[in-house]
Design a protein. Structure first.
Length: 201
């Protein structure tokens, strides 16, 4: 007759149900710990653990911000939204905030003489092509951050991504091809000033 104080599970006898729970709980905790380490270790090796943690945190913050209907009525609220979008996109949040401040001063109703619209100053055709509503700050900021993220990956750094955003990717590509490392001197004066103001502030 089996001892009622002992517990049998998957071919093993435990002295009590509590012992079973403790043993299996430790196994689960170890598996969970090793899984987390396996995900984060590659980031630690290449020195990007902090960036990974910031991006993960930003994703949660961004989801929370979206769920709570972000404040788009004040500059502080718009800056907070821009910061969350930048971190979620994996770009420097301080540079992105300076960029949007340079574009519109965080004015959601800004228009330019050339027809650029909204807080991120998208041309209507560009906004339509990207599926962005330039007058909706939530859509525009997220779209601008994602665009800057793609351009940074394409061209290698944020300064070149700024050149593409302000002066066009065609102009940037010509300058890179023709002038190489001196590409910035080839850009229009307005684009040079734009990049210098954002990158050196």
């Amino acid at each position: 007759m089996r001892d009622p104080q002992r517990y049998y599970y998957k071919g093993k006898w435990y002295t009590s149900f509590n012992a079973f729970v403790f043993n299996e709980g430790c196994k689960f905790a170890c598996i969970l710990l090793f899984s987390i380490c396996g995900v984060l270790f590659p980031f630690y090796v290449n020195g990007s653990l902090q960036r990974a943690a910031e991006s993960i945190g930003a994703l949660f913050a961004h989801a929370s911000t979206s769920a709570q209907a972000p404040d788009t009525t004040t500059k502080a609220g718009l800056m907070a939204l821009a910061r969350a979008d930048a971190l979620a996109a994996g770009i420097p949040s301080d540079l992105f905030i300076r960029q949007i401040n340079q574009e519109s001063g965080f004015n959601t109703n800004e228009t330019s003489p050339t027809g650029a619209e909204g807080i991120a100053q998208f041309e209507p055709g560009t906004a339509a092509g990207l599926g962005i509503d330039p007058w909706n700050p939530v859509s525009a900021l997220q779209g601008a951050a994602q665009l800057m993220s793609r351009s940074t990956r394409t061209y290698g750094d944020y300064a070149k991504a700024l050149a593409a955003y302000n002066g066009g990717s065609g102009t940037l590509q010509y300058c890179l091809t023709t002038y190489g490392s001196q590409w910035l001197s080839c850009e229009p004066a307005q684009t040079q000033a734009y990049i210098q103001k954002i990158m050196s502030s």
